[in-house]
Each structure stands twice: as C-alpha cells, then as structure tokens.
Design a protein around this ligand. Structure first.
Ligand code: F0G
Length: 456
C-alpha cells in the first residue's frame, strides 16, 4: 500500500523544550503529580488535550486580520453563521466563548429541577451543567462502550432499549432532550453510526423529546461513517455531516476541536422560539448575539476552520495519524482502548498497572510516570475525573480507568508519534516500578483540574 503524508506543508515552527529527567522530577512534584498543573514550558510533547491546541492555517491567520470587531452586527458573525448553516445545516447560531458556554445556555433553557438527560456517556462539563440546573444525567450508551477491549465499529451508539426504558420509567415529560455526543470522548473517541442517529431521532420524535448533539468532534465521527458504514464510502464528508445533523434539533459545539481554532464555540438550533429565548440568555452570560463570547477575529478564524475541517483530505490524515500511534502500541501489546478512536489513544491503566488499586489512582500515576520518562504529557480520565456521587458522596468508580494521549490537529508529525510510542513501550516493560498516589487536595467540582497528589 502506498503511503500518504500530511495534506499541508509547514510555514512556521515553534521550538520545543527538552528538560532533563531531574528537572522533570522537580516539575512533577511542583505540579502535585497532576499533569494539568504542569507548566507547558516543562513539557516536551503535549498530548494533554486536542482542545484549543490545533495549528491554524495561513488562511485562518489571515482571517484574524480581517475580523470585524463591531459590537453589533459584525461581518465576521455573518461569516460564522453562514459557515454553520452551510456545513452543519442549522438555522440559528449563537456564538459562545467555548463549548461549555453553549452547554450552560442549553442546560438553563431546557432543564427543570428533577429532569433526566440521557446521553451516550457523559463529558465532564456537560454533565456538570446538567446537574447545576437540577437535572440527572443517565447513561444510555451501549454496554460495550464500557469494555475497553470490545472491537465494535460504532462503540458510541445509544442503546435504544435503555432509552426506551428511561422514557417508560420517568415519562417523556421529564426528559427535555437527549444529549448525543459525536464522537464519545470518554469512551475513547468512539463514533456513533448514522443508523443509530436516525433511530434515536425517530424514537424521540414519537415522544416529543428533542435531540441535541454535542458536535465537538463531529467531523471525526463523519469520517468513521465514511470508512465503516455501508453506503457512505463514496460520499463526501460534507454530505455525511449534513445528514448527521438532519437527525437532530440543534447542537452545542466546542470550536476548539473540529473547528480548528484555539478558542470559541456555539449553540445552534432550528426552533425559532428556542432561539429567541437563547438570544435573551446569551447576553447575560456571553455577550451580544452577534459576538457571544468571541472577538470578531476569532469568529472569522472559526468560520474558515469549519470549512477546512470538512475537507476529506484533512480528516483522513487526522484519523490516520491517531491510528498510526495506536497501531504501534497495539503491536507492542500495550493495553489500549480498542478500536482506536478519533482524537486520542487511551491507555487502559487498570490493565497497565494491575498492582495499583483504583482508589490509588492508577491512571493519574501512569500519566505522571510517562511525563517523568519522556516529557510527554497525557491526561487522567478515570476515577479522579469521574468525581463523587451527588447523593452518597462516594467516589464514582468508572469501569474505564485511562490515560488519554490526545493528538492536537496539524501540530505534531509522525516522528513525534514514534517518540511517544517508544516511551510508552519502555514504561510498560518496567511497569512494576510505578506506585500509586494519594490525594492531598480535592476541589469540590471538576476536581481533576486542580487536585494535588503525593506518591505512596
Ligand atoms: N464536549 C466534549 C465532548 C468535549 O470533549 C469538551 C471539551 C466539551 C464538550 C467542552 O468544550 O472545552 O470548549 O468548553 N473537551 C476538552 C478535552 C476540554 O480535553 O477533552 P469546551
């Protein structure tokens, strides 16, 4: 098979810092063994997140210069609105400072005390906003999504039986909307099939329940449909996206991922009445409806990014680069979430470090050990991220205890992926030297961001 390369060439470079092992030891100690608290200057290859870390194109940098900073009626807002209408197909668009700004608006507008919000697993900020508004998140993803080794093409699908059961148990009037994430971050970047989106939408329509997508990584999801679902091989990513969004009433979007910008997001919808209510709320939390939480230049860059991300060559390379790293680890016998998802490799920390019990934070410990070994920064996605149960105060104990190695878009080359692979593989060979952690400081909400630890 002939090899392919990046569908772009490099115009500007940013030198990387390379610390000694002793310096990394000091840095990790200062960070309380939480990779979120490391200074970026102390990091060599930063795989903490794919959020806001994309490299913009020359067109996007150029777009910054033509951004219209008018307080009202900015030209750049129209450009963003047009891009969302053209690529996503929604009628109404409200810019927000990032994805969680849109989640805040949607949750406040739709959720009443005592409501239930079904979703295909949860994302941390999404669930936090649902709960802040008196809602209860209910996981209706298929069981296999919680099994790191189950090889399924569409591991992000909703289990329609679970959704139907929730409707029967609590009543449709207690379910304002279904939150469907395309792809599912916490399941390993796993996609949802077109068939499932269609079925979920049909079921919800019968009960008058809305469907809102978390569209954060929708282009990655579209690529998996093109690759894996019968009948989509010859369709363009643009067509697939259009069909995906036709099975929903709106979406929240973090532009920091599949819109290729460093900051920004939006809330989009088709219902005019909901749009009018959102317009009233956006001025309280974000800004005028024609800039929301964004500068004119940022809206301009995001509009351009939306078009660039919907390009078939861009997304093919993106998915294949993540897989390039994943395949090397699989070949070396490293326990990772399978199949490899869209934005990241998820190391299965329970299988990697079977000698560390979950309440000693194996994923957090593994993320720290990887940083020490090579300066590669990953992120805990396990018991720390899952927080505590709202009622009992007990630690939620998620089945998946993982370290996420998230690949920024258009930033690193496959040589960087090789360096990461070498480090993980070497660490696996000496894994019995890694010890667990204890938590020294625990913030009350979204504790993973600021928690501090010490080694046991
Ligand atoms: N939904 C999903 C699926 C996400 O992954 C994120 C952010 C958000 C919503 C919130 O968007 O950050 O723009 O407010 N995920 C980042 C990550 C933080 O690292 O996975 P935001």
């Amino acid at each position: 098979k002939r090899r392919t390369a990046e569908p772009y060439k490099i115009k500007a470079v940013e030198p990387l810092n390379m610390l000694s092992r002793e310096e990394r030891e000091q840095a990790l100690k200062r960070a309380g063994y939480n990779t979120f608290l490391l200074d970026s200057e102390d990091v060599y290859i930063d795989l903490l997140t794919d959020s806001g870390t994309s490299a913009m194109s020359d067109q996007q940098w150029g777009a910054l210069m033509v951004g219209d900073e008018a307080y009202a009626g900015s030209k750049s807002w129209y450009r963003l609105r047009d891009a969302v209408q053209e690529i996503y197909g929604y009628q109404y668009v409200l810019p927000t400072h990032q994805g969680r700004g849109a989640e805040n608006l949607l949750s406040q507008l739709m959720i009443k005390e005592g409501d239930y919000i079904p979703g295909n697993m949860y994302f941390t900020t999404t669930r936090a906003h649902q709960e802040l508004n008196g809602g209860t998140f209910v996981d209706v993803i298929i069981d296999e999504a919680h099994d790191s080794s189950a090889e399924l093409d569409f591991k992000g699908d909703i289990d329609l039986t679970k959704l139907q059961k929730l409707i029967d148990d609590v009543g449709a009037e207690r379910i304002p909307y279904v939150c469907l994430a395309v792809t599912v971050n916490m399941a390993g970047g796993q996609p949802v099939s077109m068939a499932n989106m269609r079925e979920v939408y049909e079921l919800c329509q019968r009960y008058g329940i809305s469907v809102f997508y978390d569209a954060t990584r929708c282009v990655e999801n579209a690529y998996f449909i093109k690759e894996r679902e019968e009948g989509y091989q010859d369709q363009s990513i643009r067509n697939i996206l259009k069909e995906m969004f036709s099975y929903s009433d709106g979406c929240t979007m973090s532009g920091k991922k599949d819109a290729l910008v460093n900051i920004g997001g939006f809330l989009a919808m088709n219902d005019e009445e909901l749009y009018i209510r959102s317009r009233e709320l956006v001025v309280v939390y974000e800004g005028m409806p024609t800039y929301g939480g964004m500068a004119g230049r940022d809206m301009e860059a995001m509009a351009q990014g939306i078009y660039e991300a919907a390009d078939d060559h861009f997304i093919e390379h993106r998915i294949h680069q993540v897989r390039y790293l994943g395949d090397q680890l699989i070949e070396a016998g490293i326990p990772v979430v399978r199949p490899i998802g869209g934005h990241a490799i998820f190391l299965d920390a329970k299988a990697f470090l079977p000698h560390i019990p979950q309440d000693q934070f194996p994923a957090q410990a593994l993320a720290g050990a990887l940083y020490l070994d090579s300066g590669v920064r990953g992120m805990e996605r396990g018991i720390v991220s899952a927080g505590r149960n709202k009622e009992t105060g007990e630690n939620n104990k998620p089945k998946l205890e993982m370290v996420r190695l998230t690949i920024p878009r258009r930033v690193y080359t496959n040589n960087h992926m090789d360096v990461v692979a070498d480090s993980v593989i070497e660490l696996f060979e000496k894994r019995d030297q890694i010890t667990g952690l204890q938590m020294e400081y625990e913030p009350p909400t979204l504790r993973f961001f600021n928690a501090r630890f010490s080694p046991l």
